[in-house]
Design a protein around this ligand. Structure first.
Ligand SMILES: Nc1nc2c(ncn2[C@@H]2O[C@H](COP(=O)(O)OP(=O)(O)OP(=O)(O)O)[C@@H](O)[C@H]2O)c(=O)[nH]1
Ligand SMILES: [Mg+2]
Ligand SMILES: [Zn+2]
Length: 319
């Protein structure tokens, strides 16, 4: 994990660019960012017009779900002049240490896993910690259950590990329709981002909800059972029951942007809960005496994978 923060200078520059702009100014209007690609953003203005907008310089990153102020210029081009304050901002750090912004103003994230490609529980825990940190309600989905051999119950231990922690775990299949009503109902009245690796079926879920939309679905490579990174840019879709759904490109990892060990333990619900009983207030739950987390681990009350992922994230932060 890499520490990345905007410098004071960068913050001032961005703030300066936004100062004194309001949608009540002549020719300005507010809108919702639907997608962002090639230096342009597609904005749904509050008068319901869709506009391709360029972006005023020094505004900082704009993502799906942002609320912005835009202006029709003299040459009739639309320009984003300011980003309105965000309720939350989901970001990750890519394999090269660069911050990648995903989406803003979310109420939910559905972490999409599938039978093929198989779930990666480290990636799942990375998503969960990001969600906890940003106050976004996380839901775990296992898609493609039509591919499960029937006699295997909870084959990836999603229910046994995550249900006791209070997470919702949904099982569904776009192909057979199993579990789809329950999945669809969680989108009502929410702004949800779909996350996960390539090929788990994020776009297939979006298309199942919006059969008229022009959405590309990829296939799974026979050789490595991975997706082919079909979705290239995130896009927000309006759903019939006042929901907004953001389909995103598949990721290889979802390193959360964190800068302290404390934020890692706070993102692991069971470690956070047990940690209040450790002898030392600043216990890292690694080898300290009278550590409640290590005691619970030795009694089998914490899933080994969760503790290993906790250590892996702590070590990544140190390196
Ligand atoms: N068997 C089965 N296949 C599915 C199911 N849902 C999706 N698929 C298939 O999985 C493949 C990948 O689906 P996509 O929807 O493109 O996956 P994605 O997560 O959007 O992938 P990226 O855009 O690359 O991130 C396609 O061949 C789909 O037909 C399902 O429930 N069962
Ligand atoms: Mg896709
Ligand atoms: Zn401890």
């Amino acid at each position: 994990m890499v520490r990345r923060k905007l410098s004071q200078h960068q913050k001032k520059r961005i703030q300066g660019a936004q100062d004194a702009i309001s949608s009540s100014d002549e020719g300005h209007s507010e809108g919702l960012v639907i997608s962002h690609h090639g230096g342009m953003v597609l904005v749904e203005r509050d008068d319901a017009q869709l506009s391709e907008c360029n972006i005023k310089s020094n505004l900082g990153t704009i993502v799906c779900g942002d609320r912005v102020v835009c202006k029709i210029m003299d040459n009739l081009e639309c320009r984003v002049m300011a980003i309105l304050p965000r309720k939350n901002f989901l970001q990750r750090i890519d394999g090269f240490g660069a911050i990648k912004s995903v989406a803003a103003n979310l109420t939910q994230i559905v972490v999409c896993l599938s039978v093929i490609p198989e779930p990666n529980l480290y990636l799942l825990d990375q998503y969960l910690i990001s969600a906890e940190q940003q106050d976004i309600n996380p839901i775990i989905l296992l898609n493609k259950i039509d591919l499960l051999e029937e006699e295997i119950q909870d084959p990836f231990r999603l229910e046994s590990i995550y249900l006791p922690l209070g997470y919702s775990v949904l099982l569904a299949s776009v192909k057979s329709g199993q579990g789809m009503d329950a999945l669809f109902s969680v989108f009502d009245h929410q702004t949800t981002v779909l996350g996960g690796v390539s090929g788990v079926g994020k776009s297939s879920i979006t298309l199942a909800l919006l059969p008229e939309a022009n959405i590309k679905i990829g296939n799974i490579s026979d050789a490595n059972k991975e997706g082919r990174h079909t979705t290239r840019t995130s896009r927000l879709y309006h759903l019939p029951n006042e929901g907004n759904l953001i389909d995103t490109p598949g990721v290889r990892g979802f390193n959360p942007a964190l800068d302290q060990n404390a934020s890692i333990s706070a993102g692991f619900r069971e470690i956070d809960r047990l940690g209040v009983n450790c002898r030392f207030a600043n216990c890292q739950h690694i080898k300290e005496p009278d550590c409640s987390v290590i005691a619970a681990l030795s009694r089998g009350e914490i899933a080994d994978s969760r503790y290993q992922h906790y250590l892996k994230m702590i070590n990544a932060l140190k390196s």
